[in-house]
Design a protein around this ligand. Structure first.
Ligand code: ZN
Length: 264
């Protein structure tokens, strides 16, 4: 299994070489895809991966730095379907069917409308299903379980739109936590208290060394720490932040970059 980082940036203005957040677990050639920042489909495709091999797509919350790449992801899937096996592109059995588990299915419906704006009918080669995220186990199939917990990054509107979630993935005896955007470590406590092999933690709203200190004090059992969704502190001087983190945590931490792969 592998973790792929398609984009490592928080919701900043455009930055050279870094794009808004998206990552995936790859297992047996398929992807469990988390968030869809601006560049995700392009990065995956240019690294030689077929984006149509997404088993499930999960969105932590509907902010643009986590959803801005959805349109281009769907568009790339359609394009690859139309080129199925041509120009060196792989052949897959059609139609491609996959499910987006998202806090706000209405957002995906809008993007699907945009995708098919000039078509008389929906593309029969691409079936995008949606499901509203709810706390608890979201999927447990093909050897991968994904569980969601509500966090306090954003407060939902009166009509229920705008919930935000963190994720815990279990596969091949490993546990991976993906923070999504969170208000504090407390949001992740239900997962962190049980330990994990890999934690993908956002730093767009937090100081990474302070987090390391906090986790150390709480005696959390975290196998490896991978910081992602970088904010100003991390962008200013990554190696200096990494040193402070290592001192606080008592061991090295990893800092995500676009195109990074982490073996599990
Ligand atoms: Zn964000």
């Amino acid at each position: 299994m592998k973790i792929h980082i398609w984009g490592c940036l928080s919701g900043t203005e455009p930055m050279p070489g870094k794009h808004h957040t998206s990552w995936a677990l790859e297992k047996d050639g398929f992807f469990w895809w988390f968030d869809a920042g601006e560049n995700c489909a392009r990065m995956a495709h240019l690294q030689g991966y077929d984006v149509r091999k997404i088993k499930k797509l999960f969105i932590s919350h509907s902010h643009g730095d986590h959803t801005g790449g959805l349109y281009n992801l769907f568009l790339t899937m359609r394009k690859l379907n139309s080129l199925n096996g041509m120009h060196g592109n792989p052949v897959l059995p059609l139609p491609i069917e996959f499910e987006c588990i998202v806090p706000d299915p209405e957002l995906v419906d809008l993007i699907k409308k945009q995708l098919f704006f000039l078509s008389d009918e929906e593309d029969s080669t691409l079936k995008i299903k949606t499901r509203r995220t709810s706390p608890g186990i979201l999927t447990d199939a093909d050897g991968v379980s994904v569980e969601a917990v509500r966090n306090n990054h954003i407060q939902p509107k009166a009509d229920g739109r705008g919930c935000s979630y963190s994720f815990r993935i279990k596969a091949e005896g490993r546990t991976i936590i993906g923070s999504g955007d969170v208000r504090s470590t407390d949001d992740l406590a239900p997962f962190l208290e049980e330990g994990c092999d890999l934690l993908l933690m956002e730093t767009g709203h937090h100081s990474a060394p302070k987090l390391c200190l906090e986790w150390k004090e709480r005696n959390y059992r975290i196998g490896r720490i991978l910081f992602i969704h970088h904010g100003r502190e991390m962008l200013k001087d990554q190696s200096e932040v990494a040193e402070r983190c290592a001192a606080a945590w008592g061991g090295p931490v990893m800092i995500a970059y676009d195109g990074m792969e982490v073996e599990l």
